[in-house]
Ligand binder design. Structure first.
Ligand SMILES: Nc1ncnc2c1ncn2[C@@H]1O[C@H](COP(=O)(O)OP(=O)(O)OP(=O)(O)O)[C@@H](O)[C@H]1O
Ligand SMILES: [Mg+2]
Length: 236
C-alpha cells in the first residue's frame, strides 16, 4: 500500500497491489492518468517507499533496506529509462552509456557492452554527441545506458512518450530484442496500445489497484480493453 499525505488530503495511490514481475519478460503497465502507474514503478524500483507491505528483488527485500544499501542496490541491480532521455550533452553516445559505471568505479564487461551496443544498433553513431542524434537514437542510448551495467531489471516510465511513432518503434524494437536476445527483464509504463503490444504481459491499474492483465497482447486487443474500461468508468 502507498498513501501520500494525511488527513483530508490523504491519497491512496496503491491499494493492496500484489504482483509478481516475471524474470526475462517484458511487462507493460497501463491505466488512466492518476491510477498509480508511476507510483508502482517507483516503489518497485526502490525510488520511493511504500506505506505498508513488502517488495522483493529476487531474495532481497527492498522495503527492508537502509539508505546506503538501497542506493547500492539501485546502482548495481536496477536500470532506469526516463521519459526525457537525461543524457549529458558534453559526452558522446558511448561515454554516456558507460557513465554510471565510470562513476561507480566499475569496469564494464567488454563482451556484454559490445552486445548491448550492437543490439542498440547505433552503428557509427557512438562518437556522436546527443545533439547530433535523433530523438529515437538518443533514447536508444539511454536504454543502452540502463542495460550496460547488466542490471537484473530495467524500468521505463513512458520511455517512448516523447518520440514520434518511428523513433518509438526503434526503441521498442530494441527493448524487445534485449529481452529476447539478452534475457533482460523489463517493466514499462505506457499509454500507447502499440507500445504495450511489444510486451509479453500487460497489467492494468485503476484507482491504485491491479484490475486486469493480458498475456501476449496485440495492439487491437489492448485498444479494445481500454475502450471497455472507459465504458465501464462512465457507467459506474
Ligand atoms: N508526491 C505526491 N504527493 C501526493 N500525491 C501524489 C504524489 N505523487 C502522486 N500522487 C497521487 O497519487 C496518485 C497516483 O499518481 P501516479 O503518478 O502514480 O499516477 P500515474 O498513473 O503515473 O499517472 P500519469 O499517467 O498521469 O503519469 C494520483 O492521485 C496522484 O495525484
Ligand atoms: Mg505517471
Amino acid at each position: 500500500m502507498k498513501a501520500y499525505g494525511a488527513g483530508e488530503t490523504r491519497v491512496v495511490a496503491l491499494d493492496h497491489v500484489d504482483v509478481d514481475i516475471d524474470r526475462g519478460q517484458f511487462t507493460a503497465i497501463m491505466g488512466p492518468s492518476g491510477s498509480g502507474k508511476s507510483t508502482l514503478m517507483h516503489c518497485l524500483a526502490g525510488l520511493d517507499t511504500v506505506t505498508s507491505g513488502q517488495i522483493f528483488l529476487d531474495d532481497t527485500e527492498i522495503t527492508g533496506l537502509k539508505d546506503k544499501k538501497l542506493t547500492r542496490l539501485r546502482r548495481d541491480r536496477i536500470g532506469f529509462v526516463f521519459q526525457a532521455f537525461n543524457l549529458l550533452p558534453t559526452l558522446n553516445a558511448l561515454e554516456n552509456i558507460t557513465l554510471p559505471m565510470d562513476i561507480a568505479g566499475r569496469k564494464p564487461d567488454r563482451a556484454w557492452l559490445e552486445r548491448v551496443v550492437e543490439t542498440v544498433g547505433l552503428g557509427g553513431r557512438l562518437r556522436h554527441r546527443p545533439s547530433q542524434l535523433s530523438g529515437g537514437q538518443q533514447q536508444r542510448v539511454a536504454v543502452a545506458r540502463a542495460l550496460a551495467a547488466r542490471p537484473e531489471i530495467v524500468f521505463g516510465d513512458e520511455p517512448t512518450g516523447n518520440l514520434d511513432s518511428r523513433a518509438g518503434a526503434e526503441v521498442l524494437g530494441f527493448l524487445r530484442r534485449s529481452v529476447d536476445e539478452l534475457g533482460q527483464t523489463i517493466v514499462m509504463v505506457t499509454h500507447d496500445p502499440v507500445a504495450a503490444s511489444y510486451a509479453d504481459r500487460v497489467l492494468y491499474l485503476a484507482d491504485g489497484r491491479i484490475v486486469d492483465e493480458m498475456r501476449q497482447p496485440t495492439a487491437d486487443q489492448v485498444l479494445d480493453r481500454m475502450k471497455d474500461f472507459d465504458a465501464r468508468g462512465r457507467t459506474s
